[in-house]
Design a protein around this ligand. Structure first.
Ligand code: NDP
Length: 242
């Protein structure tokens, strides 16, 4: 049977790397996108290949629309199609509003909102022709709750959640499902940049007094990608009540 193809952005490290491995272990060919960390990306692909999976690396800054167009063309040239997009790449640049620079605001909005829009748009063109596709945007609980000292991030993720619902409305007629997942706190490179106060509060607010498990999250993203009748939904993968 023809292999399905998944593109995971920000797959060199953290949550994206785990999700890419999950898709590969389920038989997908995986396109692993990253921005600059080639060593980490090679390690991520190496792990997939050693486990019997297949994939390829696509270095591309998702904030560069032209580069995104080229990346999507390169993926289509290599694998012939894109069945699933996991829009995962993201950054934080935390600072209180009064001290936040324009660069800190703009770069987070560019990476966490504009970039996912470019990738979603260019993937959806191909998915629409194929009359099939699943797009999962990795947002954040901060989209709903806000967060002290990271207004740029919360605003970008709120935008991404709204984009999810709007894209689902537009793309339903093409059989493209668009959903968002809000991971809980994960101790990735990004997680380690969160303030101690934020992490303590995440635990306090958890009704289970737990942070979330990355393998549960990646299994859920894989499962969601295969659902044919669910679109425009936002799934909080957390034990904090929104
Ligand atoms: P990491 O910092 O561990 O990894 C970030 C990944 O994104 C890397 O692969 C990085 O590539 C890539 N990336 C960053 N900027 C760009 C860009 N401009 N173009 C392409 N790739 C880029 O982050 P996490 O794994 O923690 O986070 C992944 C996603 O999950 C993010 O969207 C984040 O907002 C979200 N999330 C994370 C939570 C957490 O607690 N960690 C909680 C809720 C949501 P490179 O290695 O080349 O730099």
């Amino acid at each position: 049977m023809e292999k399905k193809v998944a593109l995971v952005t920000g797959a060199s490290r953290g949550i994206g790397r785990r999700i890419a491995a999950e898709f590969a272990s389920s038989g997908f060919s995986v396109a692993l996108n990253y921005k600059e960390n080639s060593e980490a990306a090679k390690t991520a692909l190496g792990e997939i290949e050693r486990s019997g999976g297949s994939g390829a690396l696509f270095k591309c800054d998702v904030t560069d629309h032209g580069a995104v167009i080229e990346m999507i063309e390169a993926i289509i040239a290599r694998f012939g199609k894109i069945d699933v997009l996991v829009n995962n790449a993201g950054i934080t640049k935390n600072r209180g509003i009064l001290k936040m620079t324009k660069e800190e605001w703009d770069s987070v909005i560019n990476t966490d909102l504009n970039g996912p829009f470019y990738v979603l748009k260019e993937c959806a063109r191909h998915m629409a022709s194929a009359k099939n596709g699943s797009i999962i945007n990795i947002s954040s609980i901060t989209a709903y709750r806000g967060v002290l000292g990271a207004s740029n991030y919360a605003a970008a993720k709120a935008g991404l959640t709204a984009l999810t619902k709007s894209a689902a409305m537009e793309f339903g007629r093409h059989n493209i499902r668009v959903n968002a997942v809000l991971p809980g706190f994960h101790n990735t490179d990004m997680g380690q940049k969160a303030s101690k106060v934020y992490v303590e509060k995440a635990l306090q607010d958890s009704v289970l007094s737990l942070t979330t498990d990355i393998s549960e999250l990646s299994s859920f993203v894989l499962f969601l990608s295969g659902m044919k009748t669910v679109s425009g939904q936002v799934f909080s993968w957390d034990s904090r009540i929104i």
